[in-house]
Design a protein around this ligand. Sequence first.
Ligand SMILES: [Zn+2]
Length: 132
Amino acid sequence: MINEYYCPHCKASLKVDNHVILTAKGDKNKGGLVLFEPKLGDFNIISHKDFNLENNTHVDFLCPVCHKNLSTKKENLAEILLTDSDKDEYRILFSEIIGEQATYKIKAGKVYNAFGNDQNVYVNHFGTGPEY
Ligand SMILES: [Zn+2]
């Protein structure tokens, strides 16, 4: 299955070659680029060796193209869009806490799929309202 990822604001493609690229910005750092695996549930991330991402710290993820913050109204969750090989579009919400493994695939306001050892932390945050 070929997943394509997009910014929810400017719709720029966030996947280049085989990584999803976002900007991360923490309280204590100036920000840097972070590469994610396009396979949902694979939580390996890559960043420059001088860009210090400490476990259990909160970062803001930004679109590297339009620089908008990807944070949602849901605490500690950021959002990007996914289109799969069937051209179905999903919202992907994922934790802004470094090292926390919680990713949700959202379709029509409902959790379609959840990934990661920490998925139970936020799974009750999703209702059935229009803002999912
Ligand atoms: Zn953007």
